[in-house]
Ligand binder design. Structure first.
Ligand code: ADP
Ligand code: MG
Length: 701
C-alpha cells in the first residue's frame, strides 16, 4: 500500500481548483504519461520548466528597453474601445508614469473585464514584453496586471513550461501552483551528510524552488534543486532494479531445454544463414533457458541487425520444451511487424501463435485468451495488452520484451509474473554504450548483434540545404521512375504537434500534385487500421512514395525501400536520425539517404549531420550522441535521452547516476529488506517514483 502521506500527490488533477475535465484532457498531452491515463498532481509537479521569465527589471518608462520584459508602475489614463464593426482592431489602454507613456493593447478583449482590470485613474503594475510600435511604447497582452496591494503576489522570476495547443502558460502555472499546495512533508530518504555535501534541499523544497524560482538559475537542470530531484529519481530507479534483480535470482528458474527440432525447421525455412553474432546470442539464450537460474538478458542490436529472428528462435526453444513464450512490443505497428516476420515461419514449423493488442476485441480476443489459458497457443505476440490481468498463460516460460526504451522495469516484471520463474529477454534497438547499460537496464547479461546481416550495402548519405528542394524532388521522381520505394520523413514533436502535422500534410499534398497516386501519407494521428493500410500499400509497392511523420521510426520493415528523405534533419537528434535511416539499406539495392536541412546550421546540428555521413555504426553514433547532448535543440530527447526517467536529464545529471548506483548497492547491503527508519523512508521514495513493484517484492520476500 502506498504510504498515506503521498495520497494527495496521486489524486487526479481535477481535484485542483480551476482544473475541469476539459483542461484535464489538454494536460494529458503534456505531462508525459500515456494519453489514456488521468494525470495526477505528481505529474504536474514533475512537469519541469524549460526556462524562466525574469520580471525583476522595474524601469521608469523613459528607461525601458524595447524588446525586453519589464514590470512598470503606471497610472491608467483612458480606454479606447475599438470602433464598432472593426472587431479586429485592438482595444487600447493609455497609461503613463510621468516619465513616459505606454499603450496597453488587447485583441478580442472584453470591455467589462478590462474596465475592472485597468480602471481609469488607477495605479497598476503591468508586466510583459515591451515593444516599440509606431514610435510608442506598447505592451500587448501584459502577462501580469496587479494593483499595488497585490504586488507581493507578482512572481519576479516566472518559470516557463512546455505547452500544448489550447492550454495557456497561465493555466499551466496556476495548476502547478495549486499542485504545490498539496505537497506533503514525507520523511527524508536521502543521507543527511550527502545532502549537506551536495547542497541539496529537501524533496519538497526542491520542487518549490524549481516551480517558484528565486533566481533564473533555479530552473536549470543543473541547479541544486533540480539535481536533488534527479538524484531521487535515479536512486529510486537503481533500488528498484537491484531489488528486482535480487528477487529474480532468488526465485530460482526452471530448466527449459528444448530438443532443437523447431529451431532446426525455422533455420531451414530462412532464406539466409544466421550471422555469427546471431548464432552466438542464440547459444547464450539457450544456455540460460536450460540453466537452473532465471534468465535476465539484454539483446542489443542496431536497427536491422536481425533481432526478431533471434527472438523467434529463443521462443521456439521454450516451445520445444512444451511451454509457452510471449513477445511484447512497445507499439501496435511494431507488434504487427513482428507478427509479419514470425507468422510465416511459425506456420511452416507448426508453432501455434496468437496476437493480442488493444485492437483485438470481443469474440476474437476472448477466443485468444481461452486458447492461451488452455495451452493451445504456443506463442503470443502483442503490445502491453499482454500484461492485463485477464491474460493468463497455461505455462509461460519465456517473455521477450522488445523495449526500444519504452517500457520500464515494472512492465518487464508484470510479464514475468504471468508464469512460474519466467525467463526474460529484453531487446533494444538503440545501441547503448556499454558504460551505460548497467545504469539503464540494471545488472543484466548482455548479447550484442554487432555485424549487419550479409548482403547489406552501405547507405549513401548526403546533407542538402532546403533551397535545393527542387533538385531533391527531381531525384525522387527519377527514383520512382526506376521503381524504387521512398520514405519522405517529416518531423513531429509533441510540443508543436499541430503545426508539424500541418507541415507534413502540406508536404504530402505538394508531392501528390507532382506524383499523383504514387504518393501516400502515414502519421501517428491516423487510426490504427488506416495506418496499417497505408503501410501495406507501400510494402506491396502499390505506392512508391510514403510521406511519414516519425511514426515509422519504430520498426517498420519494407526491405524494398531504398531512398529516404529526412526533412528538417537539423531538428532531429543523432539517435533518431540513425533509427530512421535504419529503415532503408535492408534490401539488395543500393540505398540513399538525403538529409534535407534548413540553413544556417548550428554547430551541434552540423556535427550531427557530419557524423551521419561518416558512419552507420550504431554504437559509435550512440557514443557521439552522448558527447553532443545538451548542445542545441535536439528533437526527441524525451524518448531517446533518458528512457524511463521523468525529471532527470542526461546532459545535466548523467554523473549522478553512478553515485546513485553505488548508494543503492550500499543501502541494500546494509538493509536488504528496507526495514530501518531510512529504509522505510526509501520505500516512500519508491512509491513516489512508482517503482513500488519493487516494494511488493520485498513483501513477498
Ligand atoms: P531488428 O529487429 O534488429 O531491427 P529485424 O529482425 O527486423 O531487425 O531484421 C531486419 C531484416 O533482416 C529482416 O528483413 C530479416 O528478415 C533480415 N535478416 C535477419 N537476419 C538476417 C541474416 N542473418 N541474414 C540476412 N538477413 C537477415
Ligand atoms: Mg525488428
Amino acid at each position: 500500500m502506498r504510504p498515506a502521506v503521498l495520497n494527495p500527490l496521486f489524486a487526479s488533477i481535477t481535484a485542483l481548483p480551476g482544473v475541469g475535465p476539459k483542461v484535464e484532457k489538454l494536460f494529458r498531452r503534456i505531462v508525459g504519461r500515456d494519453r489514456d491515463d488521468v494525470p495526477r498532481v505528481i505529474d504536474l509537479l514533475f512537469h519541469m520548466p524549460t526556462g524562466s521569465i525574469d520580471r525583476r527589471a522595474r524601469p521608469r518608462l523613459r528607461d525601458v528597453v524595447p524588446g525586453t520584459v519589464a514590470t512598470v508602475a503606471v497610472t491608467v489614463e483612458r480606454h479606447r474601445v475599438p470602433p464598432p464593426g472593426r472587431s479586429r482592431a485592438p482595444y487600447l489602454i493609455y497609461a503613463s508614469d510621468g516619465t513616459g507613456d505606454l499603450v496597453i493593447a488587447y485583441f478580442n478583449a472584453r470591455r467589462d473585464y478590462l474596465e475592472k482590470l485597468l480602471p481609469v485613474g488607477a495605479r497598476r503594475y503591468v508586466s510583459g514584453t515591451v515593444a516599440l510600435y509606431d514610435g510608442m511604447l506598447q505592451m500587448a497582452h501584459p502577462d501580469r496586471v496587479v494593483a499595488e496591494s497585490e504586488l507581493e503576489t507578482l512572481p519576479l522570476i516566472e518559470p516557463v513550461y512546455p505547452l500544448t495547443e489550447g492550454l495557456t502558460a497561465n493555466q499551466v502555472r496556476r495548476a502547478i501552483e495549486a499542485a504545490l499546495t498539496k505537497l506533503p512533508a514525507p520523511p527524508e530518504w536521502q543521507d543527511a551528510a550527502f545532502l549537506a555535501r551536495s547542497g541539496f534541499p529537501s524533496f519538497g523544497a526542491a520542487l518549490q524552488r524549481v516551480h517558484r524560482p528565486a533566481e533564473p538559475g533555479d530552473v536549470l537542470a543543473g541547479s541544486p534543486a533540480w539535481s536533488r530531484l534527479a538524484y531521487d529519481e535515479f536512486l529510486a530507479g537503481q533500488l528498484a532494479l537491484m531489488l528486482v534483480r535480487a528477487h529474480m535470482r532468488r526465485a530460482s528458474g526452471r530448466c527449459t531445454e528444448g530438443d532443437g527440432r523447431l529451431r532446426a525447421r525455422i533455420v531451414a525455412a530462412l532464406p539466409y544463414t544466421l550471422t555469427p553474432s546471431q548464432s552466438r546470442a542464440l547459444g547464450d539464450i539457450a544456455a540460460d533457458l536450460a540453466g537452473p537460474e532465471r534468465m535476465l538478458r539484454l539483446l542489443q542490436g542496431d536497427v536491422g541487425s536481425g533481432k526478431t529472428v533471434v527472438a523467434l528462435l529463443a521462443c521456439a526453444a521454450a516451445i520445444e520444451a512444451g511451454r509457452q513464450a510471449a513477445v511484447m512490443a512497445p507499439t501496435e505497428i511494431l507488434a504487427r511487424q513482428h507478427l509479419k516476420t514470425i507468422a510465416p515461419l511459425a506456420e511452416a514449423t507448426g508453432i501455434r501463435f496468437g496476437v493480442l493488442t488493444g485492437r483485438e476485441r470481443g469474440r476474437e480476443r476472448a477466443d485468444t485468451l481461452d486458447k492461451l489459458a488452455r495451452g493451445e497457443i504456443d506463442l503470443l505476440v502483442g503490445t502491453h495488452a499482454l500484461f492485463q490481468a485477464e491474460v493468463a498463460f497455461s505455462d509461460l516460460a519465456l517473455a521477450v520484451v522488445d523495449e526500444q526504451h519504452r517500457f520500464g522495469v515494472h512492465q518487464r516484471l508484470a510479464l514475468a509474473q504471468k508464469g512460474r520463474a519466467v525467463d526474460v529477454l529484453v531487446m533494444t534497438a538503440t545501441p547503448i554504450p556499454r558504460t551505460l547499460v548497467l545504469t539503464y537496464f540494471g545488472d543484466m547479461d548482455v548479447s550484442e548483434l554487432r555485424e549487419k546481416p550479409a548482403g547489406r550495402k552501405p547507405i549513401d548519405t548526403r546533407a542538402i540545404p532546403l533551397e535545393r528542394l527542387d533538385d531533391v524532388i527531381a531525384a525522387v521522381g527519377r527514383a520512382l521512375g526506376e521503381g524504387r520505394r521512398i520514405y519522405w520523413v517529416c518531423p513531429l514533436v509533441e510540443e508543436s504537434e499541430t503545426t508539424d502535422l500541418a507541415a507534413a500534410e502540406a508536404r504530402f499534398r505538394a508531392l501528390k500534385q507532382i506524383f499523383g497516386d504514387a504518393a501516400d501519407l502515414v502519421h501517428g494521428r491516423m487510426k490504427g487500421a488506416e495506418k496499417d493500410k497505408a503501410m501495406a500499400r507501400f510494402a506491396a509497392g502499390e505506392t512508391g512514395l510514403l510521406v511519414a511523420t516519425t511514426v515509422i521510426e519504430v520498426g517498420v520493415d519494407v526491405p524494398e525501400a531504398s531512398v529516404m528523405v529526412i526533412e528538417h534533419a537539423e531538428r532531429f537528434g543523432l539517435a533518431q536520425l540513425h533509427q530512421l535511416r535504419g529503415r532503408i539499406g535492408r534490401g539488395a539495392a543500393r540505398s540513399t539517404c538525403l538529409l534535407l536541412y534548413k540553413a544556417p546550421l548550428g554547430e551541434a546540428a552540423k556535427a550531427r549531420l557530419a557524423i551521419m555521413r561518416e558512419t552507420e555504426d550504431g554504437f559509435r553514433i550512440a557514443e557521439e550522441d552522448l558527447k553532443l547532448r545538451g548542445e542545441g535543440d535536439v528533437l526527441g530527447t524525451r524518448q531517446s535521452g533518458m528512457p524511463g526517467f521523468r525529471v532527470a536529464r542526461i546532459e545535466a545529471h548523467g554523473a549522478l547516476l553512478q553515485t546513485a548506483r553505488d548508494d543503492a548497492a550500499l543501502i541494500l547491503a546494509r538493509d536488504p529488506e528496507l526495514k530501518s527508519p531510512r529504509g522505510e523512508a526509501l520505500r516512500t521514495l519508491l512509491y513516489l517514483f512508482e517503482r513500488d513493484e519493487a516494494v511488493r517484492l520485498l513483501r513477498a520476500g
